[in-house]
Ligand binder design. Structure first.
Ligand SMILES: N[C@@H](CCC[C@H](N)C(=O)O)C(=O)O
Length: 279
């Protein structure tokens, strides 16, 4: 194994979506080792446990670059909650100032660390909108909306108060043939009385419901606004009960421009991974 132990890291939480963030400007884990390393350190109860791992790397085009991994060791192009954590980490470590930009596989993200623990992100432009799809779940046909807000997202609107088996339905849709070979994240959206929405997300690469998903909140908010039931800024209540704010310019055709995602990014603890974290 080409891993330089101990590996310093920060455990971070973006509205309950939790990550291990590693300053990797000096290489500690070789690229070939990274998927297995991630898979092992993300195991809850046996290691640190997290929804993903973020390696902060040097960049020639921006303040830094990142490599984002889901808990299962798969690479994702973007992660909204992880991006807020990466920005807060970079600011805390002096890698970037309050206002920064960083490279992701989805494109350059601009971020600003605000006065409190909040971070605001200018997201990449969503694309691949589909509003003509349906899917059969639990013996019923549901309208399904789709976009790529950095990563692929399916969105289903559910009645308020409906019991939603997120893990089962999410899994079935994530692996549905219409989304192969890449698969999709799956969001279940409910309108709230106060004008906001609740979004519960089944995440690809975690293969379960997570406590929050930033790019999923973006997709849910834009489709909800296109359906004229909410307006930007949209407050999204996540599965973990915390709020994200999505700001965007809705276009006449239902697409969105200038999409911002704002919410907390907390440094829970810092530590050092030993080789035993991989056992
Ligand atoms: N939790 C993230 C999304 C992470 C990537 C996703 N699981 C995928 O593989 O597409 C977010 O906050 O956006």
């Amino acid at each position: 194994m080409t891993i330089e132990f101990p590996v310093p890291f920060a455990k971070m939480s973006g509205t309950g979506n939790d990550f291990i963030v590693i300053d990797h400007r000096t290489s500690l884990v070789s690229p070939e080792e990274q998927p297995d390393f991630v898979n092992k350190v993300c195991r809850r109860m046996f290691s640190v446990g997290a929804d993903g791992v973020i390696f902060i790397e040097a960049s020639e085009k921006a303040d830094f670059s990142w490599q984002f991994y889901n808990a299962d060791g798969s690479v994702a192009e973007m992660c909204g909650n992880g991006a807020r954590c990466a920005a807060r980490f970079a600011y805390a470590k002096g890698i970037a100032g309050r206002k920064m930009s960083f490279e992701t596989l989805a494109g350059i993200i601009e971020a600003e660390v605000l006065d409190d623990e909040d971070v605001s992100l200018l997201m990449t432009q969503p694309f691949d909108y589909r509003t003509d799809l349906t899917v059969d779940v639990d013996g019923k046909t549901h309208d399904l909306f789709f976009m790529n807000s950095g990563v692929p997202h399916a969105v289903l609107f559910m009645d308020e108060g409906a019991e939603i088996p997120v893990k089962k339905w999410g899994h079935d849709i994530r692996f549905h043939e219409m989304f192969q070979p890449t698969g999709t994240n799956v969001n279940f959206v409910q309108y709230l009385d106060d004008g906001g929405i609740r979004v519960r997300t089944y995440e690809r690469g975690v293969e379960d419901e997570t406590r929050a998903c930033g790019t999923g909140a973006v997709a849910g908010a834009i489709f909800a606004a296109a359906g004229t039931k909410v307006e930007s800024p949209v407050t999204v209540i996540t599965s973990g009960g915390e709020a994200l704010t999505i700001v965007f310019d809705l276009q006449e055709d239902g697409t969105a421009e200038n999409v911002y995602l704002r919410g907390p990014a907390r440094i829970i603890y810092i530590g050092q991974l030993t080789a035993e974290a991989l056992q």
